[in-house]
Write a protein that binds this ligand. Structure first.
Ligand SMILES: [Zn+2]
Length: 75
């Protein structure tokens, strides 16, 4: 986990203070903010099964960048 400070006003600070898992909620919001983009998978024609295998995570078939361990897989 890494840290990043955020600024809150008095009211939002009071709300955040009462939340049981403020950091977890923030993480969830940030991940939801990340637009879902389909990873382009590379077809390895040397494979006899002809599956489209992601060159980043080895997953078979089209999948979302959020499901891919390497977010840099976009494009
Ligand atoms: Zn992948």
């Amino acid at each position: 986990m890494r840290n990043k400070s955020i600024s809150l006003c008095d009211k939002s600070f009071e709300v955040a203070k009462r939340m049981p898992n403020f950091s977890g909620w923030i993480r969830k919001q940030l991940l939801a903010y990340q637009p879902k983009v389909e990873v382009k998978v590379e077809v390895n024609k040397r494979h006899t099964n002809k599956h489209n295998v992601c060159k980043n995570c080895g997953a078979i078939g089209q999948h979302w960048t959020l499901d891919c361990p390497t977010l840099g897989a976009v494009e």
